[in-house]
Every structure is written in C-alpha cells, then in structure tokens.
Design a protein. Structure first.
Length: 401
C-alpha cells in the first residue's frame, strides 16, 4: 500500500473514530446517535482564559485551534497525551500560546508529554508503561493536524515590531508576536514529543511542529522531539529563547529554521532526514541584526530508505550565526553548504562532512570556508545519551550516534 493511500485510510479512520454516527438498535424510530466519547477523554473546543491543568489520567482532544489567552497558564502533567482532530485551512487544529500566556509542560524521561493526531492509537496507558512509539502510524506519516505555537514579547527583526505568526489566520489576534522584552517568559516545555502534524492551511502554508515566535530567554525549552511534521520541525521567529536537546526526525521541510534575527542558542540537536534543508538560516527582515549560535549537532542525511532533499546549511547575505561542532553523516550526493561568500557574519567552527572528494565539493559558489572539513568521524557533535526517551531512539534511529 503506498504512502498516500495509507495516510488517507488512517485519516478517515480517525475521523470516524471520533465523529461518525452509528445505528441505534434500541431506537424504535430507527434514528442515529453519535458514538460516545471514550472514557477519560476530554474534548477541548474553547480557548483557555484561566489557569487550567491537563492531567495524565485523561486524554485531551483538540477540536480546533485552541489558544491559551493572555494572563492564563496551561499546566500539562507528565505522561499526558494530547491529540489533534483532523482539519485544514482555518479549521486546522493547534495549540497556540498567546503573548502574555504560559505553558507549563514539564514531562520527564519516563513520562514524556505527547502531542499527536487522533489517528494515532497511542494511549496514556502506553506512555505510563514506557511504550512511547505509535502502535499504528509510521514515523514518516505527516499532516494529520497542526502543531504547537508559542508567541512572545521578545524582539524581532521584521516589517513591524509585531506581526502575525504563520499558520494562524490574520483574523485571530492571538497569533500576534513581537515586542521589546527579550527576557519574556512563556513557560516551560521539557520532554515533549510532537508528532504527525503540519497540516496545510492553504497556499503551501503549513504549521511547524513547534513554532517559537518572539519567545524570550525566560522561557525553558529542553528535550523536544519532532516526528513527521509536514513543515519544519522547529522554526524560530526572532526572540532570544535558548533551546537544548532536540531531535528532528522525518520532517517534510527543514530540520531547523531560523528567521527575523533570532538571538539565542540551540545546543545539542540531532537532525534526521528532513525533506528539505538541514538548516534554513535566514537573517534580519528589518533593521535589527544580531547573532545566534547552533552548536553540538549531528545530522543524519540517509536513514531508513529516506534521504535529505536540500542543502546541508542554507544562509543568506545577512545571516549572523556561529556554527560550532556539527557533524554531517551519510551525506547525500549534491548536498551543499549554500552560503553567501561576502557574508562575514557566518562563522564555521569544526564543521565536519562525511563524504567523498574534497570539502570544496560540498560548498556552493566558492571554496570551503575555514572551519569546514571532510572526515569520517568528528569529536564535535551531539551527545545522544540523553535521548533514550524519544520515539527516534526506541526505533533505533539514534543507534551509533
């Protein structure tokens, strides 16, 4: 069965599971009744305007685009499973943390928090038992729901001091982000796995697995896994949040995407077979320019019959970035570091490419810059020892790293 057919059947099954009607044999009039909601399942259909806690003894179904509104905090217990219903366009399901709101999603290595689709049959009991892999969806099936978006009040370099996050209709003002507080605090996300998202909302505009828009350094983002998102794994829109311990696996666009003069540090990441660029690193869109850092990363470009389709690194003429200790394994023919030669603000330190020929062969428009070499191994790369909790690790995708 091909991928498209398989995805379609799973999606149809998920819709029927939660919304199809069945014949009521006890109704003498021959009417129909809606299939009852499973026990301990909570359907969330309204924005969250006051402090709310989602507990691990229940499964939460996102019935639409759910916003946590300014002044409210959403707390999610370790081991909680959240599932998004199917929907596209303005009806795409997502969890949106608005400016001035907070998310406190603190999972653990033994009880991660899982965001996925209603098509996914994983249960809270699976998570409690340590079974973190989907029992029915493959780790490359994407686009079943939206994703998670956090909007903050930190600085951005865009057409205005505040703009609308991609993936959210302009009619929803909760999608605005940007401000002047680089220390803004949007809460905590730890040991969180986000899966099978990125539904298209029109004109090729999908929702990222995790969107961090003007998120400030007071926010904690650690131990995050993105699996099979149709768009980017994580996209940064300005802001100053520091992120560490990330796994990006089988996403449909970029492994890591940076825009609008992001000013933080991404530390210890593993990127496995994105469909497009491993790193899409854009600079300022306005007058503010500042540098960010990506360090201690392993990139796997060929795994499980899937290969990376785009550049190793893609930058533009005003990308200010320090790239340190990055190892590209299983590099695919014709993959390049696509750089602007006259940009002095992109600095390469211990970038090792596992390939054939010379380092110059992997550079577009010019010789290899200082700090980029060819080799079969590297002392500078990600530390995979803390990722045993991820689906990627359970599936063997991190073996040997």
């Amino acid at each position: 069965m091909n991928y498209v057919m398989k995805s379609t059947l799973v999606l149809v099954a998920s819709i029927c599971l939660f919304s199809c009607k069945k014949e009521d044999n006890n109704n003498n009039g021959g009417g129909t009744t809606v299939t009852p909601t499973p026990v301990n399942t909570i359907t969330v259909s309204q924005n969250i305007s006051s402090d709310t806690t989602w507990t691990a003894d229940k499964t939460y179904i996102l019935a639409g685009r759910i916003a946590v509104l300014e002044g409210a905090t959403l707390t999610i217990e370790p081991g909680t499973v959240i599932k998004g219903k199917a929907g596209t366009g303005a009806n795409a399901t997502a969890l949106l943390i608005a400016r001035g709101a907070k998310i406190m999603a603190e999972g653990t290595a033994t009880k991660p928090i899982i965001f996925t689709s209603v098509a996914d049959e994983i249960t809270k009991e699976d998570v409690a038992a340590g079974n973190f892999a989907s029992p029915n969806l493959d780790p490359d099936q994407s686009g079943f729901w939206g994703g998670v978006l956090i909007c903050g009040k930190a600085k951005i370099s865009a057409s205005a001091d505040e703009v609308q996050i991609e993936g959210i209709p302009t009619s929803d003002q909760n999608g605005l982000y940007g401000g002047s507080d680089d220390a803004d605090n949007s809460g905590v996300m730890k040991y969180v796995s986000i899966r099978h998202g990125g539904t298209n909302i029109g004109a090729g505009n999908e929702i990222n697995g995790l969107s961090l828009a003007a998120v400030g350094s007071g926010t904690t983002i650690e131990n995050i896994e993105i699996v099979a998102n149709q768009d980017d794994a994580i996209e940064f829109f300005g802001g100053a949040v520091n992120v560490k311990n990330v796994v990006s696996w089988n996403v449909g666009d970029d492994g890591l995407d940076v825009d609008q003069s992001y000013g933080g540090t991404i530390d210890n990441a593993i990127v496995i077979t994105p469909a497009d660029h491993c790193f899409e690193l854009d600079g300022a869109e306005g007058t503010m320019e500042r540098a960010f850092t990506i360090k201690n990363v392993t990139v796997v470009n060929d795994y499980g019959g899937r290969t990376t389709g785009g550049d190793l690194i893609n930058t533009d003429k005003n990308t200010w970035v320090n790239l340190e200790n990055i190892f590209f394994t299983n590099t695919v023919t014709d993959q390049k570091i696509n750089r602007t030669v006259d940009n002095p603000h992109t600095v390469y330190t211990n970038i090792v490419i596992n390939g054939t020929g010379s380092a110059d062969d992997y550079i577009k428009d010019g010789p290899a810059p200082s700090g980029v070499t060819l080799g079969s191994s590297s002392t500078g790369k990600a530390d995979a020892s803390g990722f045993g909790w991820t689906w990627a690790s359970k599936a063997g995708a991190l073996s040997g790293l």
